[in-house]
Each structure stands twice: as structure tokens, then as C-alpha cells.
Ligand binder design. Structure first.
Ligand SMILES: NC(=O)c1ccc[n+]([C@@H]2O[C@H](COP(=O)([O-])OP(=O)(O)OC[C@H]3O[C@@H](n4cnc5c(N)ncnc54)[C@H](OP(=O)(O)O)[C@@H]3O)[C@@H](O)[C@H]2O)c1
Ligand SMILES: [Zn+2]
Ligand SMILES: [Zn+2]
Length: 352
């Protein structure tokens, strides 16, 4: 039996509301189906902030956040035959699931009936009793939960695809967004900017729906055909009934009924912002147009690979600001104020 990998540098929050600070962790030894990954970059998701602050009441401390992981294979267990040392790989939000339920059999591990294991802050048999995420130098992950990354994509800019990318790609694919459709992406942040890029690449007419008029120019550069400022009542009225699909990425409780009138009959608004109890549902726009409100959670491993391969073919990556891990607390503050264009990515070379 190999001994665990000791004293791996990381950054952690040790209690709700604490600043993240240097922290040492252990990783399990590399098992037969495992991959040891040297982490090069890790994206900073709004969920990291929610979890560090215990916004959802489910955080287990210490938390080493990070589920947009890009790195290189260092070594693999004996049963892993398809990943050689040096291969560029990624790890997203999940590192395990039951592998037996209907959802897992359907490659939808994110809806595992028995509960999946999150990349961080989930109970595990690993050293420390909790999973620790990508704000660290190395990680050991079962091969089934590791994806390969096209070598033509810039690695730092690809990190956010592991969460922001798949969380937007999956609903766009599920609701069959494509040519001839008008799609609204609500909220131009980490998820929203990926939603615009993917919806555009899938051939839809894309409208950026934002509270920030000054982001309009960026939205067009990212692939939006039009910009709708949601605080402009006249503009909202002009777009009423024009959308085939809405992807709502707003990260705070808000009145989503205000957006329902934008949908055509029989169309869907999919909410991906994890905002807990939302505004009371106004049934009028629902029943008057047989409209739907839905939700969607990240994506399964098979679809994550499909998304990365699609991104590789279409040369799609995130717009990122690469940061030194020592500035992570300031980055959280800026993310909270919607001041990031459009994803922070930690360069793990800055962690000693
Ligand atoms: N379902 C899933 O599987 C999944 C996966 C990952 C993340 N998430 C969740 O998705 C949400 C978005 O994450 P993110 O990383 O994209 O966040 P983000 O980078 O902070 O972007 C959110 C954007 O929403 C808009 N916004 C912020 N506050 C608003 C308000 N009060 N009213 C209206 N719009 C507002 C802003 O865009 P404008 O300036 O353009 O208005 C902001 O840039 C978070 O709740 C996160 O936890 C869910
Ligand atoms: Zn995330
Ligand atoms: Zn399962």
C-alpha cells in the first residue's frame, strides 16, 4: 500500500466568512484507477464564494475550493491505460458518484440518485475526511471523473469550461438551441459569457440580457447579436414574446417573473444560478403562454468531454484574468461586485 501524498500546498477557508489562507493538505495514494494531476490553473467560480461563505448551509470546513481544474497527468494507477504522464487533463465539479443508479447509467452523474461526491467540501474516505479542490498543487482523481483537454486550447482560459462552460453548454444542448432560434443569456458573468459563446457557436441568434449597459460592447464581441438592458422597461416590452429560450445565470435572489414575458409560447427559461428560494412564481405568464421554468445542474462526464471537444473544434475558451493565489480574497470581493471580465483563473505556479 502506497502512503498518502503529504503536505500539499493549498489555500483554504477554515470557517464561514474567513479569508482564504495558506493551508497544507494530504491526498490519498494513487489507487489502481486513479490519476495524479499536477494542477496548473484553477478557475474561480461564484459557487466557490457561496461555499466559502456557507451561503447554502452545506459547507464543511476547512474548504479548499476550486472545481475548474486544468493540469497535467503526473502518474496513473495500473488500470488506467488511456492517460499517459504529461497529458493535459481537467477535473470539474464531481469526483465520484454511485455509478449504478439510472442517472449514472445515463451518463448524468450530476443527478446521481444516491448523491455524488463534489470536488471539494464533500465527505470522503480520503485523508482529512473531506474532498479538497483545485486551489492546491496536486489532486488525485478516479479516471472516470477526469476529462481530456484539447491541446490547441490555452490551458488557463480553458479552466472555466470545467464548470461555467459545461453548466451553460448542457442546457443549451438539452433544449436543442441552434440555428433559427433566438436565445437570451441573462447575466454577463462567468457563466453568462460562456453561454453567449456557446449559443453563438451553436448557430442561434443571441441576445445578452444584462443589468450593466456598459457591458454591451463586450457582449457583442463575445458573440451577442443584440443587447437588452433588463432595467429598461421600454426595451423589455419591445422584446416581449421574442425568445425561444432563456438561460438565467443571475447569482442572487431576484424576480425572475420579470423575464418570463420575454418567452414565446411553449418556451423555457432555464435557471442555473443557485439562489435558493426564489421570488414567488407568478402563474400569469406561465399559463398565458404555456411557458416553462426549469433548472439545470452542471453536466455529466460524457457531456463535459463532448463540450471540451466542441470547444476545441470551435476554438472556444473563457475570457480570463489570471491571478496570483495571494490575491484570491480581493478576487472574491470583485466577483461579488460583478467586476470580473469574465473569470478569474488562479495560476498555481504562484502557490509555493
Ligand atoms: N447550476 C449549476 O450547475 C451551476 C454551476 C456553476 C455555477 N452556478 C451558479 O450560477 C450563478 C452564476 O455564477 P457565475 O460564476 O457566472 O457568477 P458571476 O461571474 O458573479 O456572474 C453573475 C452575473 O449576474 C449578474 N447579476 C449579478 N447580480 C445581479 C442582480 N442583483 N440582478 C441581476 N443580475 C445580476 C451580473 O451580470 P450583469 O452585470 O450582466 O447583469 C453578474 O456578472 C451562481 O449562483 C453560481 O453559484 C450554478
Ligand atoms: Zn462552479
Ligand atoms: Zn448514481
Amino acid at each position: 500500500m502506497n502512503s498518502p501524498l503529504r503536505s500539499i500546498s493549498a489555500f483554504a477557508a477554515t470557517a464561514a466568512g474567513d479569508r482564504l489562507a495558506p493551508f497544507k493538505i494530504e491526498r490519498r495514494s494513487v489507487g489502481p484507477r486513479d490519476v495524479l494531476i499536477e494542477i496548473d490553473y484553477c478557475g474561480v467560480c461564484h459557487s466557490d464564494l457561496h461555499m466559502a461563505n456557507n451561503d447554502w448551509g452545506m459547507s464543511l470546513y476547512p474548504i479548499v475550493p476550486g472545481h475548474e481544474i486544468i493540469g497535467r497527468v503526473v502518474s496513473t494507477g495500473a488500470e488506467v491505460t488511456d492517460l499517459a504522464a504529461g497529458k493535459r487533463v481537467g477535473v470539474g465539479c464531481l469526483v465520484d458518484s454511485c455509478r449504478q443508479c439510472e442517472a449514472c447509467e445515463d451518463h448524468l452523474e450530476q443527478y446521481c440518485a444516491k448523491g455524488f461526491t463534489l470536488t471539494y467540501s464533500s465527505p470522503t474516505k480520503d485523508p482529512g475526511g473531506l474532498t479538497f479542490g483545485g486551489y492546491s498543487k496536486q489532486i488525485v482523481v478516479d479516471r472516470n471523473y477526469v476529462v481530456t483537454v484539447p491541446e490547441n486550447l490555452d490551458p488557463a482560459a480553458t479552466a472555466p469550461l470545467l464548470c461555467a462552460g459545461i453548466t451553460t453548454y448542457s442546457p443549451l444542448a438539452h433544449w436543442k438551441v441552434g440555428p433559427g432560434m433566438t436565445v437570451g443569456v441573462i447575466g454577463l458573468g462567468g457563466l453568462g459569457h460562456m453561454g453567449v459563446k456557446f449559443a453563438h457557436a451553436l448557430g442561434a441568434r443571441v441576445v445578452m440580457i444584462t443589468t450593466s449597459p456598459q457591458k454591451g460592447e463586450d457582449a457583442r464581441r463575445l458573440g451577442a447579436d443584440d443587447v437588452l438592458v433588463s432595467t429598461d422597461a421600454q426595451a423589455m416590452a419591445a422584446w416581449a414574446g421574442k425568445f425561444d429560450f432563456l438561460l438565467n445565470t443571475i447569482p442572487v435572489p431576484h424576480d425572475f417573473n420579470a423575464y418570463m414575458g420575454l418567452l414565446k409560447r411553449d418556451s423555457t427559461m432555464c435557471i442555473v444560478g443557485a439562489i435558493g428560494p426564489a421570488a414567488a412564481l407568478n402563474t400569469a405568464p406561465l399559463i398565458m403562454g404555456r411557458r416553462n421554468v426549469a433548472g439545470s445542474l452542471i453536466g455529466g462526464l460524457k457531456e463535459t468531454q463532448e463540450m471540451l471537444d466542441f470547444a476545441g473544434r470551435h476554438n472556444i475558451t473563457a475570457d480570463v484574468e489570471v491571478i496570483d493565489i495571494a490575491t484570491i480574497n480581493e478576487a472574491y470581493g470583485r466577483m461579488k461586485r460583478s467586476e470580473v471580465k469574465y473569470r478569474f483563473v488562479i495560476d498555481l505556479a504562484t502557490l509555493s
